[in-house]
Each structure stands twice: as C-alpha cells, then as structure tokens.
Ligand binder design. Structure first.
Ligand SMILES: [Zn+2]
Length: 398
C-alpha cells in the first residue's frame, strides 16, 4: 500500500491538499487529506495522471516500425517522461508491410506496453502527405484495411484517413466495427466534403493534428479546419494538437482551447525516433529525416511538390514538453492536463488517464516548474533518473 500526499489534479478537478492511495497496480482511494485515515508520504509535488499519447511514432532513438525491441525502447523512453499510455503510430506503407508491422506489435499491446496501434494512412491525400512516402499512399481500399485490422486481432485503435479518399463510408464502418476511431487528416478536402464525411457515419471522430497537413482556414475557403472545429464544439470530435512550439503557434493552441474546451482536445507528440536524442539523421518510416535544433524535417522533399520548405517530419517533444508549451500558451494547467490524459483516454477507450479509484496507478509528480520528479507506472516508481537530465546521449547505432 502506498499513499502520496500533494496537490492532486485528478484529470478533471484539482484537490489542493489531497492523498492518492494505491495497492499493487491499482488506485484504491483519492480525496482530501483531511478525509484520509492512514499515513501518507508528503511529496510537495503536483500529482497528475500519467499522460496518454494517441499519436506517436517513436522516441529515444527508436521508432515504431514493427520491430518489437525498438518499440519497447520507444515506449520506455516516453514512459520515463510520464507517458504511461500510448498508441504506436504507423506511417503509410504497402498493405503487406502494415499487416506484418501490426502483427509484430500486437504482443506489446497484449502485454500492456502499448494501448494499441494508430494507422496514419495509407488512405491519405498525396498532396498533403507531409513527411509520409507518397508512393505508399493509395485510394481507400476496404479489403486492404480489413486485412490489416484482422492481422492485429483487435489492436488497431484508430486510423487517419482523408475525407476525400475512395470508399470512405465503408472504411469508417469497418473501423467502427473493430472499435477503432476514424481520424480525419492529411487531407485536401474542403469544409463541405469534410462535413459530409462526418455525416456519413455517426459516432466519435478524431482530427489528426488539426491544422497540420491540411489547407489553412481562410475566411472564404474555410476548409477542413472549420468543419472540424464545428464538430469538436458540438462534442462530436476530438482534435489532436501538436502543441510543441514548432507545429503550432501558441495563440493557435490557446484559441482551440477557448473554442472547444479540453474535453474535445487530445494533446499529442507525433514524436519520432529522434525525440530525446541529439540533432542528426534519423528515419521516419522509409524516409530520411534530419533533426536540426530539435526540429525534424525530411532531407529531400521533391516527392511532395514542396513549397520550398522541407516538410516537418514529426515531433521531437515528449508529452511533458507539450504540457509545458500548452500552459505557456496561456491555457490553465487543469485544462492542459485534461487534454493530455482524460480526453485522449476516452477517445481510444483506454481505462487510464485519471487519478480515480480502480484506475491503474499511473501518476506523474511535477514540481512548481512542471518538471517531472517521479513517475509511477502501474504502482511502480520508474525511470526517475532519466527524466530531468535533458536529452539522452546519441545512440551508438542510430
Ligand atoms: Zn504522425
């Protein structure tokens, strides 16, 4: 039995002086200190739920490609920084490659290291492929999706697809019948197409990194952003934001919180292998990426008809960095925590992301500067040595 005292952010409320008690891997009690009968260890910290990241390609020098060892490295990297629940995001690849990647990662999902798999493609707009290989992008193919879903036997939790892709309705139907959330993104669609796509299938929607890899919101061409913000405001969609200070301006992040609130926002890293690593050369899927000043960009962009700028190729932040950037943008800490824990957990149906009785004891202790001091994963204190020491050294075999 462990009992921790501190300021507690349960995910949806703040307890100024509270206690969280857990036994084994499960929280048994949370409430005000005055109501707690036992002895609790004073942490002097703010205790928040472990982060839930629903869009992540890797970290700590390793990417999610289907290699279970590399996947465990990436999971451990993010877990030591407070992400205790995460999806492994797979970029567009030929169907048989996706099938084998999903198959190879499924055991990590069954073991509880991953909460599931997010397919970022391959039914995207080639014109908005971002850092994905356009050669791997194909029109919507329900038979292909069916094979990939079956290969994982239920571990795929979400898929990013463009509203304008072929067979959109069948694809979303397939996803929902496998308890996977359809996420709109990497799209060239206009607002009407985006809205019509959502009307084609009732249920919760997700927007993949809203604003990034889609047309901008213009007053006479509102594009998918307007349709997604309306859907989020109506409670029908959760929008991902990569609030890392690189992908979005702080005022953009703040505006979305003001418009739709933290119950419809999932803060995500979109992190790739270089997260936590020194600047240098890495891979995102099959493409070469260079990280310079902590910003990952494709090394060659001719395949995307780029506008002179090399596409950003995923993030290098972890969820704690995202939380800090969000608060620095002017969002209150409770809202930022909710969008980093409760909301993404609800989106993917994960029983996690809250400090509440019967939930897994996944807890991050933050100091007054929002620096993580300790992480508990299923009741075990882990990885505290690696948290505050800055980036890890470069790997010997990148
Ligand atoms: Zn991504």
């Amino acid at each position: 039995m462990t009992a921790l005292r501190g300021r507690i952010i349960t995910g949806t409320e703040i307890i100024g002086d509270g206690v969280v008690e857990f036994e084994g891997d499960t929280i048994t009690w949370v409430g005000h200190t005055r109501d707690f009968a036992g002895q609790a260890t004073e942490t002097g910290a703010t205790l928040i739920p472990g982060f839930v990241d629903v869009h992540c390609h890797g970290g700590g020098g390793a990417g999610f490609t289907g290699d279970p060892t590399a996947a465990r490295t990436a999971v451990r990297y993010h877990r030591a920084r407070g992400t205790t629940t995460q999806l492994a995001s797979l970029v567009s690849a030929p169907g048989e490659v996706l099938e084998s990647q999903v198959q190879n990662l499924a055991p990590l999902v069954h073991a509880g290291d991953l909460a599931g798999i997010h397919l970022e493609g391959p039914f995207l707009s080639a014109a908005k492929c971002g850092a994905q290989d356009p050669a791997a992008i194909v029109p919507g193919d329900p038979a292909l999706l069916s094979r990939v879903l079956d290969a994982g036997e239920g571990v795929v939790r979400s898929q990013t697809l463009a509203p304008e892709t072929a067979n959109f309705r069948q694809l979303t139907h397939l996803l929902r019948s496998h308890d996977a959330v359809p996420c709109l993104g990497h799209t060239s669609a206009d607002a009407a197409t985006t809205r019509a796509a959502m009307l084609s299938s009732p249920g919760m929607w997700c927007a993949t990194h809203l604003f990034n890899a889609m047309p901008p919101l213009l007053h006479r061409e509102p594009g998918p952003v307007a349709a997604c913000l309306s859907a989020a405001a109506a409670g029908d969609m959760v929008v991902e934001l990569i609030a890392d200070g690189v992908h979005l301006a702080p005022d953009t992040v703040r505006m979305v919180f003001d418009l739709v609130g933290p119950s419809q926002i999932a803060l995500v890293t979109d992190a790739m292998a270089a997260a936590g690593m020194a600047d240098g050369d890495y891979m995102l899927g099959a493409l070469d990426v260079r990280v310079d000043g902590g910003v990952a960009r494709l090394r060659e962009a001719e395949h995307c008809g780029a506008d002179g700028k090399l596409p950003i190729a995923g993030g290098t932040a972890s969820m704690i960095d995202i939380l800090k950037h969000t608060v620095a943008a002017g969002v209150d800490l409770l809202s930022a925590v909710q969008a980093a824990t409760v909301t993404p957990a609800r989106l993917i149906g994960a029983y996690a992301g809250s400090i509440a009785a019967r939930y897994p004891a996944n807890i991050v202790a933050l100091d007054d500067h929002l620096e993580p001091r300790s992480v508990w994963f299923r009741g075990q204190e882990i990885g505290t040595r690696t948290i505050s020491g800055g980036p890890l050294p470069a790997p010997s075999h990148p």
